[in-house]
Write a protein that binds this ligand. Sequence first.
Ligand code: FES
Length: 152
Amino acid sequence: MAMYNDTVMDHFMNPHNVGEIENADGVGTYGSPVCGDMMKITIKVEDNVITDAKFKTFGCGSAIASSSMATDMLIGKTVEEALALTNKDVLDKLGGLPGPKIHCSVLSEQAIKAAIYDYAQKNGLEYEELKDFDPNAEEDPHDHDDHGEDEE
Ligand code: FES
């Protein structure tokens, strides 16, 4: 019945980077059509480096742990490195989430992309990785290959 490892529990109980940056350089929100939960990420960018990142998550514990870890991973990265960050990277760093909760980590990846998209729009920048990014697109609930049904 052990669902969550210690790293996940720690980030859930003591999340890092909670809140909202004032006068943020980029603001991104993403809502999951799977569960209706939402995440907002704000970033500060100086000389193409993300110097600060904060999140607010209106969602479950896995989403909170994912966004805590994701914002930790974001700080200090160049914009290009941040764009390369996937939910799989966040999952690996967390030591994994139970199958039915994998989609929660997708929120952080998409909210990060949305925040960088906003930053790029405000500064007239273009990034190859964002060419097909639609900030209003919804995650396809069927687009997951991991539907572990062994826990309920
Ligand atoms: S159940 Fe909605 S983000 Fe986890």
